[in-house]
Design a protein. Structure first.
Length: 53
């Protein structure tokens, strides 16, 4: 199943001091699922240490 691509809008991300795009909780909620990558602002409660939500 292909996942829907959601283009980022204002407030969906910011740039870290290293220049990386950091997605906000707003973007994650709009996307609608957890990618299980341990994102900094994940609203789904994924814990990369236990590999569980």
């Amino acid at each position: 199943m292909m996942k829907k691509i959601i283009p980022p809008e204002e407030g969906d991300f910011y740039l870290s001091k290293e220049g990386y795009r950091v997605f906000t909780q707003q973007y994650h909620l709009k996307r609608g699922y957890c990618c299980e990558s341990g994102c900094r602002h994940c609203p789904y409660g994924f814990d990369p240490k236990t590999n569980r939500q």
